[in-house]
Design a binder for this molecule. Structure first.
Ligand code: DAH
Length: 348
């Protein structure tokens, strides 16, 4: 019986050491240690041995059982380590056939895209690009533009004043600019004619916000001063620029209007692209949208900046940039442009 026990131990141990999966290990465990396992059956036989032999064989049987149990436990551990390692490797494996995930890098805001186009078009016809302050003085925003303190047109500009009570500034002198025209004086004071410049920028007015008006809006102011500049030069420039920006097929019309810093003043209308001229809330049912006010620079402005109004003439204009963007993309509400909702912005 002793021999039998030792043989059981040897076969069991060598078998177990070759096993690399839990299921087989479990089966082998039953085969030897289960209720009718090889070792169990032999142990049962011990009772039939002569009394004096029993303790010795019993001890050996226990040793064999322990050896088998220990080997199984060790092997279990090994198997676990091996499978852990394997799954780790699997995680690291790169499947090069899987299509990549496109990184979301974003893009320029539609306002910026259109602004860049506007700048490009004007550069090709010799305009330089200037930048100016959003906090402006009454002088450049109004006075130099032939809008003295008591001028009625100031009422149309819903000016936002800065609270300067704690400074030495004369009350009412510092404002948020209401128009980028404010840069006309600043530039013309510095540059002698001929001059061609555009000034993109933000303006601020105390406005009732609606589909086509904002309290904060973008304009691209522009002007040109030279010898013998005529109204037809202005029409030609507007026509050229707007067709480049909005497409050759657009419909434009001009009407006279009044701005203190131009004479005559011109309003440029583009047929509404939202409704194709049929009339909608964006164009206030008129079928037309005002897009580019302009005019011949008033001699008083030329004089105020030190130009000789007998020798030079010029024209000025302003593109309502926010409106240009909404018209180009047929958006029926200006407020969509300041809405941070990605579902809107992702469309451009
Ligand atoms: N600055 C005017 C405004 O915001 C727009 C304007 C009209 C600008 C006529 C011009 C111009 O340069 O000639 O209401």
């Amino acid at each position: 019986m002793e021999e039998e026990l030792i043989q059981i131990k040897n076969t069991a141990v060598s078998l177990i050491l070759d096993i690399l999966d839990r299921k087989t290990l479990e089966e082998v465990k039953l085969q030897f240690l289960g209720r009718s396992g090889k070792l169990t059956l032999v142990i049962k036989e011990i009772a039939k041995l002569p009394k004096e032999d029993r303790p010795e064989v019993g001890r050996l049987a226990n040793e064999v059982k322990k050896a088998i149990e220990d080997t199984i436990a060790n092997q279990e551990l090994r198997i676990r380590q091996l499978t852990d390692q394997e799954s780790g490797e699997r995680k690291e494996k790169i499947d090069t056939s899987v299509p990549g995930i496109k990184p979301d890098i974003g893009h320029l805001h539609p306002m910026t895209q259109v602004l860049m186009d506007v700048v490009d078009v004007f550069k090709t016809i010799g305009f330089q690009v200037a930048d100016g302050p959003e906090i402006e003085t009454d002088y450049y925003n109004f006075e130099v533009l032939n809008i003295p303190k008591d001028h009625p047109s100031r009422d149309t500009q819903q000016t936002l004043f800065l609270d300067t009570r704690k400074s030495k500034v004369v009350p009412g002198e510092v404002i948020l600019r209401t128009q980028t025209s404010a840069m006309q004086g600043r530039i013309m004071e510095k540059i002698k004619p001929p001059v061609r410049a555009i000034v993109p920028g933000k303006n601020f007015r105390y406005e009732q916000v609606d589909a086509s008006h904002g309290f904060e809006f973008w304009q691209v102011e522009g002007f040109l001063v030279d010898t013998s500049v005529r109204l037809t030069d202005l029409f030609g420039t507007i026509d050229y620029v707007l067709r480049k920006l909005m497409g050759e097929g657009i419909k434009l019309k001009f009407a006279t209007t009044n701005f203190p810093f131009v004479e005559p003043g011109v309003d440029t209308y583009i047929q509404c692209t939202v409704c194709n001229g049929r009339g909608c809330s964006f164009c206030k049912q008129s079928g037309w949208s005002e897009i580019m006010p302009a005019g011949m620079i008033h001699p008083n402005v030329l004089k105020a900046v030190g130009y000789d109004s007998q020798k030079v003439t010029g024209f000025a204009f302003a593109i309502g940039l926010s409106r240009l963007v909404t018209l180009r993309y047929q958006m029926d509400d200006l407020r969509l442009l300041t809405n941070p909702d990605m579902r809107i912005l992702e469309q451009f």
